[in-house]
Design a protein around this ligand. Structure first.
Ligand code: ADP
Length: 516
């Protein structure tokens, strides 16, 4: 029968140097001799231990299952039923942290050795004195305490390691998914960490190495120099650097890392922001300002010259005066065209164009454009021809915008034509689109020109175009308009023979009644 006795104070814990532990240590005594059980309980409870008693190994194991935190099992080796050795083996499985000691009547070396082989920590031989009991129990409990402490530290260490690993992998994930490049170097100028975004500044990374010499793998000498300066001067440096690839720019920010406590220099952290797009915009802006200034300057200078001649009274003949005023007006007209184009581009860019979208008849719009262009064509001795299919479906668009689009194409076809040349506008239905073509017999466009034709400010620099004025914005406006209406534009051209611009604009959707 299993008996439980609970009594005692904190003496045992204090004696074991664990005054801080408030829980009493528990000892399970398993012996078939009632006298031994009682004796043990008396002595051990007097020391403040909690004592559990069992008279068979089976009962002892049941008690251990119920209380696996038991600190010590004192078991008799020779008991009816399950023996002490078997109890030892099973106790190890039920409560691996519990220390076991055995009580044996046969004080032979073999029995003791066998018991220790099976996991017993110590043994007591019957008969034993209270002092002998307390000595073995004290030693075993100390062992139990150390065992538990060791296990606790191991669990703590493992969870700490896991924490560090998780933290490292989290940091790694963050660094790897950053859009900015990161390079971490140690004090010996070795690259110890980099993320994928920094790969564009690295080259020849030998496979299988974890650490690289910075000088061997950095593709920019300027960046290398900058990292060197920051480590030598122990100061943070920021600089825009042009990389080896054309048009590739990075904003590099190099910070030295110094250990706060020891003031020891540990290395550098470099953050690289790709500013290529920003630089491109800056470049376009500078190009834009340059172009505008240039385009404004020459007509203004010409008008200023004409006005000065008139002011000084150098031109007296009325016909001459009329001619000069005419020339001034032409120059001012060119300026107005430029300003209109610039405003259009700015409005389209900002998305603030006001459109009145209505069904438009292409024949009407094309006719209007041809009428508008007739005087210019005549002046250049260029013939205008129209070839518009009848019954064309309407297109859904803002009329002014379609006029502007065709105007640009036809005006180019006249401007870049030859004396006595021809311009033809054709329109026909092509599936759900109206297909419009503007072809000319002019100077044509080079292959390089064809690739850049729709970019802002692009103008072909050829001897034939030297005296033709323009802004380089017309076709970029055409492209924006076509894109807005979900259309498409293509160009075919042969230098010296002429060009054909073809564009497709979606027809207005007409609901069709389907017969049931
Ligand atoms: P602009 O005519 O004001 O210079 P565009 O954007 O209309 O600007 O045209 C860009 C460039 O494309 C022109 O400068 C010219 O070199 C070329 N180009 C456009 N249309 C034609 C054409 N029909 N024939 C030959 N070259 C053309």
């Amino acid at each position: 029968m299993a008996e439980q006795a609970s009594n005692g104070g904190p003496q045992a814990a204090q004696r074991n140097g664990q005054a801080e532990e408030t829980e009493r240590q528990t000892i399970l005594v398993v012996d078939d001799e009632a006298g031994i059980r009682k004796g043990c309980r008396r002595v051990l409870e007097a020391e403040g231990y909690e004592v559990l008693l069992a008279d068979t190994a089976e009962q002892g194991l049941d008690l251990l299952r119920a209380r696996p935190t038991t600190d010590l099992v004192l078991a008799d080796l020779k008991m009816p039923g399950l023996g002490g050795l078997e109890l030892l083996a099973q106790a190890k499985q039920i409560a691996p942290e519990t220390v076991c000691a055995v009580i044996t009547a046969y004080a032979t070396i073999e029995t003791a050795v066998e018991a220790t082989k099976r996991g017993a920590y110590d043994f007591l031989t019957k008969p034993f004195t209270p002092e002998e009991l307390l000595r073995v129990v004290g030693k075993a409990l100390e062992r139990s305490r150390l065992l538990r402490e060791r296990n606790r530290l191991q669990v703590e260490r493992e969870s700490r390691l896991l924490e560090i690993a998780t933290e490292q992998s989290r940091m790694r994930t963050i660094i790897n998914s950053m859009a900015d490049g990161v390079l971490v170097c140690n004090a010996d100028d070795e690259l110890v960490l980099y993320n994928p975004a920094a790969l564009h500044v690295l080259e020849h990374l030998p496979a299988g190495r974890r650490v690289y010499r910075l000088g061997e793998v950095l593709s920019s000498a300027k960046l290398f120099e900058m990292i060197g300066d920051a480590s030598e001067g122990r100061k943070r440096l920021t600089q825009e650097i042009q990389m080896n690839g054309a048009g590739q720019w990075v904003l590099a920010d190099v910070s030295p890392v110094v250990d706060e406590r020891s003031s020891q220099f540990l290395g550098t952290v470099t953050v690289l922001r790709d500013i290529s797009e920003l630089k491109k915009v800056e470049q376009v802006k500078a190009q834009f300002v340059n172009m505008v200034a240039h385009e404004l300057r020459s007509p203004l200078a010409a008008v200023d010259g004409y006005l000065s001649i008139m002011q000084q009274g150098l031109v007296t003949q009325p016909e001459k005066q009329t001619e000069i005023i005419g020339r001034s007006r032409d120059r001012i007209k060119a300026l107005l065209d430029l300003v209109t184009d610039l405003l259009d581009v700015a409005r389209m860019e900002a998305g603030t164009v006001l459109r009145e979208i209505e069904p438009q008849a292409v024949a009407g719009v094309a006719g209007q454009v041809l009428e508008l262009m007739e005087p210019v064509a005549e002046q250049r001795h260029v013939a205008l021809e129209a070839n518009i299919a009848e019954d064309l479906p309407r297109i859904e668009a803002d009329k002014e915008e379609i006029v502007r689009l065709l105007n640009n194409l036809v005006s180019n076809a006249i401007k870049y034509n030859r004396e006595g040349g021809k311009v033809t506008i054709s329109a026909a239905q092509d599936g759900p689109y109206v297909k419009l073509t503007v072809s000319d017999t002019g100077i044509g466009i080079s292959e390089d020109g064809l690739n850049r034709l729709f970019s802002e400010f692009f103008r072909e620099k050829r001897p034939e175009t030297a005296y033709i004025t323009g802004t380089g914005l017309g076709l970029s406006i055409v492209k924006r308009i076509v894109d807005f209406y979900h259309g498409r534009i293509t160009v075919d051209s042969q230098p010296g023979e002429g060009s054909t611009f073809t564009l497709w604009l979606p027809c207005k959707y007409e609901a069709v009644e389907v017969a049931a």
